[in-house]
Every structure is written in structure tokens, then in C-alpha cells.
Ligand binder design. Structure first.
Ligand code: SAM
Length: 226
């Protein structure tokens, strides 16, 4: 069997190195509840930063929970939007408090690249239910869409305690969502297309929050794999 055939059936990086991560732990095993005996014995090939090598999923989530940011993200899911997976992955990278899915409970996990295991994902039947959940926790719900009357994300300060809500690929934010939001923000565009992809918009909005509020002092942010 060739090296290509030995790879996982769904390989997101078919032309990259066949394995990421590290092999079995060499020498006496470290002590601590965070370590996973199977990973120590067999190696850790997961797509996680080095800090979490050989850690159990539960230990990683518990550690992330001590550092999560104050922003949440939400997406409407009436048509099984394929952007949700990539939004979850970006939410994990920027350490969102929670991801909210409004509408259908089923969503395509492929783009999440397993990051959903490290992320709190909640479901809500509709946007008013999401808004009620957020308002109870003193979070502002901001719709992100290029609608008439939206404020410019580029020139407005985003609140610290906020949830960004994104619409679906075809219709954008539903009428109900527009009504339930505390405000809407748009991302400036200059070309010919009417809109950008929802997960790209989500990444831009999350990064706007990071630029405004995240702790970028030494050691707080992972810069390329540490
Ligand atoms: C592909 S867009 C749909 C936009 C709408 N149907 C249209 O064509 O005018 C899907 C989602 O991506 C986000 N989005 C795309 N472009 C955006 C922009 N320029 N500003 C803010 N949000 C944007 C919004 O959340 C939107 O609901």
C-alpha cells in the first residue's frame, strides 16, 4: 500500500506531511491527571498546540475553560449551512466562550476538523430564545450582515460581552433575527460581489473582538504552534 493510500479517508491536507504531532513518550511517563495513557503509549497525532500534547480531551477543555474570552458566536441553521464547521474551528482558535446554533440541530461537522470537541456548542430553537439566553447573562446580541442601517464594524468599538450572529449563505440574517438583535454591523466591501462567505465574515468579526479586547501580552496567545 502506498503512503497516499494509508492516509485517512478524509485527509484535509493531502499534500502535507502524512502525520502531525509526536510519537510515543520517550523515557519515564510524566505524572498528572491531564495525561492520557493511550496517547503517551501510542503518540499524539491530534491537531493541537504543543501545550496540550498527550492531554485528555477533558483536561484540554477544562484548561480552555479557565481562559475563555467573553465573546460568543451564533449562526442560523435553517438549511444545514456548511459554514458552521469552519465557524466552530475559528471560534476555537480565538477561544470563544460558546458557539450557538439556531434552528436545526444537525450540522455538517467536516469543516470543524474535530475542534467541536473542545468547544461548548449550544442549540436554540429560534433567535428570540438565543437572545433571552444571552440577555440573562448580560451579553449583547449583534447581527453581522450588510443590511441597510448596519454600523461599520471597522469604525465601531465592539462590546466586550457580545454574541455575533451570522446569517445563512443564501438569505442572510432572517427577518426574525434582525428584529431580535440589539444592533447590526456590516463589514466593508469594495468589489463586485454582494457579500462574503459567512465563515469569512465570522472570522473577521471574531478578530475585531480580539484586536479590541484580547490579552496579547507575552505568552497569552499562541503564535504558530507553541
Ligand atoms: C453570503 S451572506 C448572505 C448575504 C445576503 N443574502 C446578500 O446576498 O445580500 C451570508 C452571511 O454572511 C455574513 N456576511 C457576508 N458578507 C457580509 C458583510 N459584508 N458584512 C457583514 N456580514 C456579512 C452575514 O452574516 C450573512 O448573513
Amino acid at each position: 500500500m502506498s503512503a497516499v493510500e494509508e492516509r485517512a479517508p478524509y485527509d484535509p491536507m493531502p499534500h502535507g506531511p502524512p502525520e502531525v504531532g509526536i510519537g510515543p513518550w520517550e523515557g519515564p511517563w510524566p505524572e498528572g491527571e491531564q495525561y492520557d495513557a493511550r496517547l503517551l503509549a501510542e503518540g499524539d497525532r491530534r491537531n493541537v498546540v504543543d501545550r496540550y500534547r498527550y492531554w485528555t480531551v477533558e483536561a484540554i477543555v477544562a484548561d480552555l475553560d479557565t481562559r475563555r474570552h467573553d465573546f460568543h458566536v451564533a449562526i442560523e441553521n435553517w438549511q444545514h449551512d456548511f459554514n458552521i464547521g469552519t465557524i466552530v474551528r475559528t471560534a476555537n482558535a480565538f477561544l470563544a466562550a460558546e458557539v450557538h446554533i439556531v434552528g436545526n440541530r444537525r450540522w455538517n461537522r467536516r469543516g470543524a476538523m474535530v475542534t467541536d470537541r473542545y468547544q461548548h456548542v449550544r442549540h436554540h430553537p429560534d433567535v428570540p430564545a438565543l437572545a433571552a439566553y444571552l440577555h440573562e447573562r448580560e451579553l449583547t446580541l449583534l447581527g453581522i450582515d450588510n443590511l441597510p442601517g448596519s454600523l461599520h464594524l471597522e469604525t465601531t468599538t465592539v462590546p466586550r460581552r457580545v454574541c455575533f450572529l451570522f446569517g445563512q449563505e443564501g438569505p442572510g440574517l432572517s427577518e426574525g433575527a434582525r428584529t431580535a438583535c440589539d444592533g447590526t454591523f456590516s463589514i466593508a466591501q469594495f468589489g463586485s460581489t454582494r457579500s462574503i462567505n459567512a465563515s469569512s465574515a465570522a472570522a473577521i468579526a471574531m478578530h475585531a473582538w480580539v484586536r479590541e479586547h484580547a490579552d496579547l501580552s507575552d505568552g497569552a496567545a499562541w503564535r504558530g504552534g507553541s
